[in-house]
Design a protein around this ligand. Structure first.
Ligand code: MLT
Length: 267
């Protein structure tokens, strides 16, 4: 989808903006860009929302990232983007996986800009030492060798087996999205994720209506993990998307959109 280049200070972000109404900010997962929300953008815009879907710093057609991008930096970028767009109405922040890690920071750092949270296939805990070390290894590898091998490693983790076998459109969209990312941006986000904050203690303080959405077959952030998040947030509802993996909004767009719209209209 065609976006606009919007300068927000030290970087310029590529942002797709569609529709008018209450703002919904879509924060993509790793190592992807706004295109993962393709099946949500027009549907939400048609239903009367202003959809703001940026490529995060270092991803898609946004400016490159340097060395490391922390989850707080991503959140601050998004707050600056809203200021630049003159969006003063508090937003529904919808983030998937890494987008969810950014949502926790957005809540802590820009609470007055937030009306609701939609947390898709994400987690609240930080990495153990082994996982964090693996991220640093991957960061160094993609900087050295590029992203060519990444789709074959990641697709079986991102998608439910049924989608991997049968949903050619989603498989190919994801593969193309991974391959067009800048290795420097991917490495920077990995280093940022490796040192992200554990926010488990923050969950009971979240005071906005929250939808926790999880693919039934998500192997990266499985339902057990997401049910715990929903149970710890006072005003949270949990919705499981049958048959979907980690990329539930792409794999089962109709069901995910129904859950998102139902939440937006009822809170
Ligand atoms: C994502 O989908 O954004 C990633 O699984 C996040 C992560 O690597 O923890």
């Amino acid at each position: 989808m065609q976006g606009e280049r919007i300068p927000i200070g030290e970087v310029t972000l590529n942002v797709v903006i569609r529709g008018e109404g209450e703002p919904v900010l879509l924060a993509h997962g790793f190592p992807l860009d706004h295109s993962m929300w393709e099946a949500q953008i027009n549907v939400l815009a048609t239903e009367g929302y202003q959809v703001i879907a940026p490529d995060l710093r270092g991803f898609g057609a946004s400016d490159p990232a340097q060395d490391k991008t922390t989850m707080a930096q991503f959140a601050d970028d998004l707050s600056r983007l809203l200021a630049k767009l003159n969006v003063t109405t508090p937003v529904t922040f919808c983030g998937l996986s890494m987008g969810g890690y950014i949502a926790w920071q957005f809540f802590q750092r820009h609470r007055t800009r937030l009306a609701r949270l939609i947390l898709c296939d994400t987690r609240a805990n930080d990495d153990d030492e082994k996982v964090a070390r693996g991220r640093l290894v991957m960061a160094a590898e993609v900087e050295r060798f590029g992203l060519d091998k990444v789709p074959d490693t990641m697709l079986p983790k991102l998608l439910a087996p049924v989608a991997l076998e049968k949903n050619v459109a989603v498989v190919e969209a994801l593969r193309a999205s991974i391959l067009r990312q800048d290795p420097a941006g991917v490495a920077a986000a990995q280093r940022g994720m490796a040192e992200r904050q554990n926010v488990v203690d923050l969950l009971p303080t979240i005071d906005v209506p929250t939808l926790v959405l999880c693919g039934e077959a998500d192997s990266i952030t499985p339902p057990e993990v997401m049910k715990e998040i929903a149970a710890a947030i006072p005003a949270a509802e949990y919705v499981e998307i049958a048959g979907a993996g980690h990329m539930a909004p792409m794999e089962r767009a109709v069901e995910a959109n129904a859950a998102i719209l139902n939440f937006l209209k009822s809170t």
